[in-house]
Design a protein around this ligand. Structure first.
Ligand code: C2O
Ligand code: CU
Ligand code: CU
Length: 613
């Protein structure tokens, strides 16, 4: 529980949902999505029927991602593995019904990738169509996720089951070697979602019913209502994704569901959205999560061998205005059956995590204010950003390559909104609750859940969060071509994000007027005429770079790349065969500091500066 919640004195609109499950049974074993470990993945998007594990919901129409090279799956998608530095490619085919109007995209939530591969609303493909996403993996070891993001149908498609996790690994990750890290053995994904079923028809409700009518609302974990799983009495890692379209949760591990307050098992927060927490793990007893957010935690079951542990949700402890809050007593959502004997346990906690990032001490080059607006209860103003709704054809914000930006995100509405930014991982610099409470990282009351690197934060009503990020990889020249430059920032409650249809898998009906989403582009500082192909401009990323630098360009002929110090002395020279796209350059042996990179092709010479750090 966060201290600042006590400061919400004013009576906010309270959403009261009936308890999700009255008599929890825990008789169905939890599914663990299959894990793939390939550089080339091939997925299809399909209509399926799925058994949620409770009577009356055994034959529900769903959507799923299926891996071409694996076991058939009928809800969610397989877990994918990406390795830092590899070129990853994924082919996706839309096999939704031909005349459904169900275009789709696949968005790689949290990934540092070019806008035209991002799978946002601009990269859509219709039923029968397909898309190939290809990019080098520049992220840190963490848990990302993928889901559809086509305008107006994101909510319906995610609610029906389209979501999956991505495990980013790094060869030689010394932290990974110290912790439980074997998928399906001592490292498990927990994808938590809220679903409202219409019992009478065995369907998932993708309309948005009025508050109070949510009798058939349930929480599912990896696609099962009230599942159980077996764990060993030893340190165990969980990658928790709030894959809900709307709900937030307050999670804890307890041994007695009748006395959850006194039987909590403390656990450790190891990583947030974009990687390991700065400095060290944090010990917590509760974890607040919200739509789109990932947390990796380590729970040590050694002291409860032979016992039964429950993952609990405590909806009454969420702040007012958070969707998912209710007056309900804590509800168990997963049963963990702890074995008697540890089996080759791995360490537990890492000795240290990466240092607090330097970004903390850099001043921002630019500060912007972003207002989350809308007032459904009083004036009926639809949810939006800066009082406007999503516009597919407009770049709302232009940021500059290699600059640091602070965004002050203010929630002027009476609901909490999970605010998500594509492309970057950011750090929360300050939280202001309005009523006098304010905290910076390290201050008492600063929630462990807000420690970076983050791409998604749950902002309560009246709060103002200052986040800091640096744009240092992909950029485009002006004028912007929307299809190749637009990234999104938005509320991750999928009914708020853009207009959504009251729909089933096969029909699209009336559209909502909401649109809490805007677009940004990263400008590389140059201007090109529209007919000059962008690929001929050399781009270098990341900048600063560590071990690998990528040259993105195109040349039909042989060319040469030269790395020089600032006096122009050649540090390295390499001849490149004809290529299109990205070429990796190993810079791990070059002294750190500012260098010049010259690319010499028959079409001309280009020079740019890069920092090695
Ligand atoms: Cu997870 Cu723009 O989305
Ligand atoms: Cu995203
Ligand atoms: Cu919202």
């Amino acid at each position: 529980m966060h201290p600042q919640k006590l400061l919400y004195a004013c009576a906010l609109l309270l959403l009261v949902f009936a308890p999700e499950v009255s008599q929890a049974q825990f008789t169905v074993r939890m599914e663990i999505p299959d894990l793939y470990d390939r550089r080339g993945d091939s997925l299809t998007v399909d209509i399926e029927t799925h058994d949620f594990g409770v009577p009356g919901l055994n034959n529900v129409e769903t959507m799923a991602y299926n891996h071409k090279f694996g076991r058939r799956n009928d809800y969610l998608g397989p877990s994918l593995t990406w390795y830092v530095g590899d070129n990853q490619s994924t082919h996706i085919k839309n096999q939704l019904p031909m005349n459904s109007g169900m275009r789709t995209t696949v968005h790689w939530h949290g990934a540092d990738i070019p806008a035209y591969m991002d799978g946002g609303p601009h990269q859509y493909f219709d039923p029968g169509g397909s898309f190939t996403a290809e990019f080098p993996v520049l992220d840190k070891p963490t848990t990302l996720w993928y889901h559809p993001h086509a305008e107006d149908v994101t909510y319906t498609q995610v609610q029906m089951g389209l979501a999956g996790i991505i495990i980013v690994r790094e060869r030689g990750d010394t932290i990974a070697a110290q912790i439980p890290n074997t998928y399906g053995w001592d490292d498990f994904p927990l994808i938590i979602q809220d679903i409202r079923f219409i019992d009478s028809t065995q369907t998932i409700d993708t309309t948005q019913g009025p508050p109070g009518s949510d009798k058939e609302r349930m929480i599912v974990v990896n696609g099962t209502v009230n599942p159980y799983m077996d764990v060993n009495p030893q340190p165990t890692s969980f990658r928790i994704l709030d894959g809900s379209t709307r709900n937030a949760y307050m999670l804890s591990f307890v041994t007695d569901t009748a006395d959850p307050g006194n039987t909590q098992i403390p656990f450790h927060l190891l990583a947030s959205d974009g990687g390991y927490l700065p400095d060290s793990v944090r010990r917590v007893t509760q974890l607040e999560t919200g739509p789109g957010i990932r947390n990796r935690v380590i729970v040590d079951f050694a002291s409860v061998a032979g016992d039964t542990v429950y993952l609990m949700n405590s909806p009454a402890e969420l702040a007012d205005g958070v969707i998912g809050k209710s007056s309900s007593t804590p509800v168990p959502i997963l049963q963990l059956r702890v074995g008697q004997q540890a089996v080759s346990p791995i360490g537990g906690l890492p000795r240290a995590l990466p240092p607090i990032p330097a970004i903390d001490t850099m001043g921002p080059d630019t500060t912007r204010t972003i207002l989350l607006t809308g007032d459904r209860g009083r004036t009926g103003e639809p949810f939006g950003i800066d009082s406007s709704q999503y516009d597919f054809n407009k770049i709302n914000t232009v940021v500059k390559l290699n600059t640091v930006e602070d965004w002050v995100v203010k929630n002027l509405t009476e609901f909490a909104h999970p605010f998500h930014v594509h492309l970057v991982q950011f750090y929360v610099m300050e939280i202001n609750a309005g009523s006098g409470f304010s905290a910076k990282p390290g201050d008492p009351g600063f929630p462990a859940e807000a420690l970076g690197p983050k791409d998604d934060i749950l902002i309560w009503p009246g709060e103002e969060w200052r986040i800091r990020m640096r744009f240092h990889t992909y950029a485009q020249p002006k004028p912007f071509n929307l299809d190749s430059s637009a990234y999104m920032y938005h509320c991750h409650i999928l009914t708020h994000e853009d207009g959504y249809y009251r729909a089933t898998a096969n029909t699209l009906a009336s559209r909502s007027p909401w649109g809490m989403m805007q677009q940004f582009a990263v400008w590389d500082g140059t201007v090109t005429s529209i007919d000059k192909p962008v690929a001929e401009e050399m781009t270098l990323y990341p900048n600063p770079a560590e071990n690998k630098l990528y040259l993105n360009a195109e040349s039909q002929k042989m060319s040469t790349i030269r790395l020089m110090d600032i006096q122009g002395r050649i540090l390295m020279e390499k001849v490149l065969p004809p290529f299109t796209g990205s070429v990796p350059i190993d810079v791990s042996d070059i002294a750190r500091g500012l260098i010049l990179v010259e690319w010499d092709s028959p079409d001309g010479k280009q020079v740019k500066k890069v920092v090695l750090e």
